[in-house]
Design a protein around this ligand. Structure first.
Ligand code: 4AD
Length: 462
């Protein structure tokens, strides 16, 4: 068959050549004997012009093309032409196409909202004389397959793809092995409250709240460094800008020799590699997002700041806040600590380690020197948590005791505990929320923007 061209391949060097392109009708204007179509492929656009002539373009054809609804998919056959002036408003501004034929492949129904309204810049939205309708998030999500067509959304999901690719690359290079753990499991893996229960062939089952138990059991099975990219389910009732009921977890677990610093070293190299990679590979996508949602680019250090939890509490106290020194941080305190750290150390990305034991999951290793604390950490971007991790308890008796302290029914986790009875190396790891990383790296305000089809307490479709 004939070659289908990409808009990105077009250039003045092809002037006079006949090309065939498939794309969407981004916009169409009919003006008497002529018609102007903006043809779109993802975020690229090119102008297609039709003029009534004696040979190929009839009046009827111009009329027909002018009536093709926006977002329809068309095949355009045309001649590459260099216009006298660059085409305004098209990504491909140096050439246009003189149409020879236009065939509608799939006709679009009237749109629930205008895509150009959905792609408005923040500054336009705040203009007082604004004529356009602001599209609500609900309407956008209700019609997500249309919403995803905006340049910013295209960019976001290229970045999401790059985050996963960079995560994989970096870890494979550090001798990690990719694994896939079950998502249908017997009990809660991160505390009972936020678990989805289901009927598993007549007995109770759960959707995995994390690969936690299984990545640790992989370590017990002599896979000494593992990672997984997979779905994580949380029956979160809270309707916030950063919680989903299903998200993608980037998890890793590794055997350690002496200290869980070894996990932090991997984390540090991994994230610096990912941030550098995003900046260089996704520069155009980041610029597209910046244009609609301007924000200061992420500041990070070549070696990530590691701040002890106690030190963080001191910084908060000095700034006039009253954190509970052995309690958990509220979202508000996390955000304020992020601001303080940014001022003091000039970074949006840092590790807070040695959390109080009482606020961490039962499988967390207590600090051997002071059992009020634990060998654990959280990592923040712009003052919001993206990672939590720790060294784990690898002794079955101690794990049993810790589970009892947390009042976790032992029968539900017995096979997990048993895994540590036959020799288990010291180990640690962490879990990263993919949608949060993309949201916060790009400085976006809502996690629904970085989830392809977000699942929140109110949304199960589309
Ligand atoms: O802090 P969490 O619950 O930690 C764990 O799941 C541990 N098993 C990780 C470990 O290896 N110790 O979740 C890890 C990360 C959070 O830092 C956050 O980025 C993300 O997962 N996350 C969510 N993202 C979106 N919606 C939610 N409801 C999330 N809950 C956690």
């Amino acid at each position: 068959g004939e070659k289908y061209w990409q808009i990105s391949e077009l250039s003045p060097a092809l002037s006079g050549q006949k090309v065939l392109l498939r794309g969407r009708v981004h916009n169409v204007r009919g003006k008497g004997k002529s018609s102007f179509v903006v043809l779109r492929q993802q975020s690229s656009t090119v102008q297609v012009v039709l003029f009534v002539d004696d040979k190929t373009v009839s009046k009827g054809m111009v009329k027909y093309v002018s009536g093709i609804p926006k977002e329809s998919i068309v095949d355009v056959s045309g001649e590459v032409h260099v216009p006298q002036e660059p085409v305004q408003g098209c990504t491909c501004s140096q050439v246009e196409l003189k149409a020879l034929s236009v065939k509608c492949i799939s006709r679009a129904a009237p749109l629930p909202f205008d895509l150009s309204d959905a792609a408005r810049k923040e500054e336009d939205l705040q203009r007082e004389d604004a004529q356009f309708v602001t599209v609500t998030q609900d309407t956008r999500l209700e019609n997500r397959w249309i919403d995803l067509r905006t340049p910013v959304n295209q960019a976001i999901f290229w970045i999401q793809s790059a985050v996963c690719q960079l995560f994989r690359e970096a870890l494979l290079a550090e001798s990690f092995q990719e694994i896939h753990t079950p998502k249908l499991i017997a009990g809660a893996s991160e505390g009972g409250a936020a678990v989805f229960k289901l009927d598993y062939m007549g007995r109770e089952g759960c959707l995995a709240q994390s690969p936690q138990f299984y990545k640790q059991m992989a370590i017990c099975s002599d896979m000494s460094r593992v990672f997984e990219i997979g779905p994580v389910f949380r029956a979160e009732k809270s309707f916030t800008h950063r919680h989903l009921c299903e998200f993608t977890g980037l998890d890793l677990e590794m055997a350690i020799n002496e200290h869980y610093n070894e996990v932090l070293d991997v984390l540090d190299r991994l994230f610096v590699y990912m941030f550098n990679g995003l900046k260089s590979r996704c520069a155009a996508d980041l610029a597209t997002i910046q244009e609609q949602f301007p924000v200061e680019p992420l500041q990070y250090l070549p070696k990530t700041l590691r701040l002890p939890f106690e030190e963080g509490m001191k910084l908060l106290q000095e700034a006039g806040f009253e954190p509970d020194p052995l309690g958990d941080l509220t979202t508000e305190l996390e955000r304020n600590l992020g601001k303080i750290v940014k001022q003091k150390y000039n970074t949006d990305f840092y590790i807070l380690y040695r959390y109080p034991l009482a606020v961490r999951p039962f499988y967390t290793m207590p600090d051997p020197e002071d059992s009020r604390y634990s060998n654990s950490f959280d990592v923040f971007i712009r003052g919001e948590e993206i990672i939590s991790g720790a060294q784990r308890v690898h002794d079955a008796a101690m794990l049993t005791e810790r589970a009892q302290v947390h009042e976790i029914p032992l029968d539900s986790i017995q096979s997990y505990i048993n895994a540590f009875k036959f020799g288990a190396p010291p180990h640690g790891g962490f879990g990263v929320g993919l949608e949060r990383v993309v949201m916060l790296f790009c400085g976006l305000d809502n996690i629904r923007k970085t989830s392809l089809f977000p699942r929140d307490p109110k949304r199960l479709t589309p």
